[in-house]
Design a protein around this ligand. Structure first.
Ligand code: DC
Length: 229
C-alpha cells in the first residue's frame, strides 16, 4: 500500500472519530492528527486569558494574540498516544473537560481561528502518511485527500456514549444535559457560515449507531483495503 496517503475522517461529535482515527493510523503505520484538539487548545488559551466572559468570546482580544499560541502534539509512549501541548505545557487532560467542551464551538466559528488552525493542519499533514480527523478535513483542509470518510450516529446514541463516559469519571451530569450539549454542538458546527460541518461529495459515510469501536475500525479497514486494492 502507498505509504503517504492523506486520509480525512470527518463527522459529528461523539462518534468516536478520534479513537477510530488513532487505531486506523496505528494499523497503517501512519500519524494521527486530532484537529479538534487544536480548537480545544485555542479555547483553553481564551479561558486562561479571560477572553470568555458570561459565555461570550471577546473576539477582538483573542484574535491579535493568535500568533502567540503554539500548539504541538508529542507522542507519549506511556499513554501510547499523541498529547496536546499549548505553549509547551501538556494540556491533553484539560482540553477534554466540560468547560472547554462547552465553549469550543463558539471559538471554532471565528474565521481567524479557523484560518490559523487550518494552516497548522495543512503544514502538519503536507507530507502525507496521516489520518486527520475533524469536521472540515475533506472539504477545506485537504480537499484532495486520497480517501475521505464521514462518520455519523444518532444524537441519542452519541449522548449516551458521552453520558457513560462522564459517569465513569464520576461527573454528575444528567443525560438530558449531555443530549442538549450534543445537539447544540451539531447545530453550531453545521450552521456556521465559515467552513461548516458537512459531508464532502466524495466522502464515504459510515453510520456507527449500531457498531462499537472495534466494529467501526473493522468496517473502515475494509473500506481502506477495497480502496487501495
Ligand atoms: O472533535 P472535537 O469534539 O474534539 O472538536 C471540538 C470542536 O472543534 C467541535 O465543536 C468542532 C470543532 N472542530 C472544527 O470546527 N473543525 C475541525 N476540523 C475539528 C473540530
Amino acid at each position: 500500500m502507498k505509504q503517504n496517503l492523506i486520509i480525512a475522517i470527518d463527522g459529528h461529535s461523539s462518534t468516536g472519530k478520534s479513537s477510530l482515527s488513532k487505531l486506523i493510523a496505528k494499523n497503517l503505520g501512519y500519524t494521527h492528527i486530532d484537529s479538534g484538539a487544536m480548537y480545544r487548545a485555542v479555547t483553553l488559551f481564551a479561558l486562561q486569558n479571560e477572553y470568555i466572559v458570561d459565555n461570550k468570546v471577546e473576539v477582538e482580544k483573542l484574535v491579535p494574540r493568535l500568533p502567540e499560541i503554539n500548539i504541538e502534539f508529542r507522542y507519549n509512549p506511556a499513554s501510547n498516544r499523541n498529547e496536546t501541548f499549548l505553549n509547551h505545557t501538556n494540556v491533553e487532560h484539560e482540553i477534554r473537560g466540560l468547560e472547554v467542551s462547552s465553549m469550543v464551538s463558539p471559538i471554532a466559528v471565528i474565521p481567524e481561528v479557523r484560518d490559523y488552525c487550518v494552516a497548522l493542519q495543512q503544514k502538519m499533514g503536507e507530507k502525507g502518511g496521516i489520518v486527520m480527523d475533524g469536521r472540515d478535513i475533506g472539504t477545506t483542509v485537504f480537499p484532495n485527500a486520497d480517501l475521505k470518510l464521514f462518520i455519523t450516529a444518532s444524537a441519542e446514541i452519541r449522548a449516551k456514549r458521552r453520558f457513560l463516559e462522564y459517569e465513569r469519571e464520576g461527573k454528575n451530569i444528567s443525560f438530558d444535559e449531555v443530549l442538549a450539549n450534543v445537539q447544540e454542538r451539531d447545530r453550531i458546527d453545521s450552521s456556521r457560515e465559515y467552513s461548516p460541518l458537512r459531508k464532502a461529495e466524495d466522502a464515504i459515510e459510515v453510520d456507527n449507531s449500531n457498531l462499537n469501536l472495534e466494529e467501526t475500525v473493522e468496517a473502515v479497514m475494509q473500506i481502506i483495503s477495497n480502496y487501495t486494492k
